[in-house]
Design a protein around this ligand. Sequence first.
Ligand code: AMP
Ligand code: MG
Length: 357
Amino acid sequence: MGRRSSRLAGLVLGGLLGLAAIGWWMNRNRLVAVVREPPAVMGTTCTLIAIVPAHQASATDTAFTNAERSLRLIESRMSSWIDASEISRFNRAAADCRISLSESTYHVFEKAKEANDATGGAFDVTCRPLIELWRSADESDVMPTESDIRSARDRSNWSHIQLGETAAAKSTKTARVDLGGIAKGYAIDQVVEVFKANGIESGLVDIGGDQRFWGTSVEGRQHEVAIRNPLGDEESAIFEFRVWDCAVCTSGDYARSFEVGDQRFSHIIDPQTGRPVVGVASVTVFASDALTADIWATALSVKGTQGLKELPKGIDALMLVRRKGAASAGFEALASSGLADRIIGPLPDGVEVSKPD
Ligand code: AMP
Ligand code: MG
C-alpha cells in the first residue's frame, strides 16, 4: 500500500471511529422515560414518569423510592378511609379537643381554608356530613329530604373549626372535613419536589388523571395533554394541548358518580344547596401547581360558567357543559380568557372563550 492510500485509510478509519463515538454519545444521552405505577395510591391509579438521559435510567431507583414513600406518608395522614389518619382522628374528636397535626396536614388545612374564601365558598372541605349523607343515599337508594340536607349542612362549617400552632380543634363534635378535593393536588406537588431534589429534570406525576408536568417531554419538546370526552370512555380524547411546566387537574361528573333511583349524581357537592352539582360535565384547570389546579377544578364544577370569568390570574380552565341539543355530542366547551396564552398552539375548534363581563 502506498503512503497516500494508507493515509486515506487512516482518515476513513478515524472518521468511522468519530461517527461511532458521536453515535455512542447520542445514544447515551438520548432521553428515555422511566415509568413506575405504584398500586392503589389514594384509592386511584398513579403513574410516575422520570425523563432522563439513557445512561442515568438505572440510577432513578432512589428517586422513585423517595417519591413513593412521600405519597404513602401523605395518604396515611390525610385519607379519611384510614382510621388512624390525622383527618380521621380530627373527624372523630370531641368538641374543644386539640388535635395536633403534622406540618403537611396543617398546611393543607390552611390552604383549604384560604380556598374557601378565594372561591366564594364553592370549595369547602367542611361539607363532609353532606358527602356522607349522599353516600348513604347511594347505598340505601333513598333520596335525602330537604331537612336531612339542611341538618347535614348545619353540622359542619369553617366557623366550627379553629386552626393554630400546627393543631386543629372544633367547637362542635359534628364538624368534619374531607380532603378528597385537595390532597391529590398537594401530593402531586410534593412528589414533583422529591423528583427535582433527586436530580430528575423532567417528568410527569399523575394521580387519578390529575397531572403535573415539568421539564421536557421524552422528545425534548412540550408535554402533550389529552382532555377526555366526558361522554366517551377513558381513552377517548376530544382535545389535545401542549404545555411546558404546568399542572392540569380535572374534575368530572363521570368520575365516581352514583345513582339514587334512576337519577345519576356527581360526587361534587354544592355547599350552598347541599346537593350534588349539575350541568358541568368536566372542568380541566391549568395552573403552575397541582394544589391550585385541584382546588379550582372542584370549585368551578360548583360555580359553573360564571366561575370562568372570576378566575384569579395565573389559573385557566376548560369547561365542558352539558347542553341538550348542543352541537358537539351534548356539551359545549368554554375556556377562560387566558387559556390560549397558557397553552402552546391554538385552541381547538369548537372551544368558545368566556370573556369577563
Ligand atoms: P375532585 O374529584 O378533585 O373534584 O374532588 C372531589 C372530592 O372532593 C369529592 O369526592 C369529595 O371528597 C370532595 N368534595 C366534594 N364536594 C366538594 C366541595 N364543594 N368542596 C371541597 N371538596 C369537595
Ligand atoms: Mg381534583
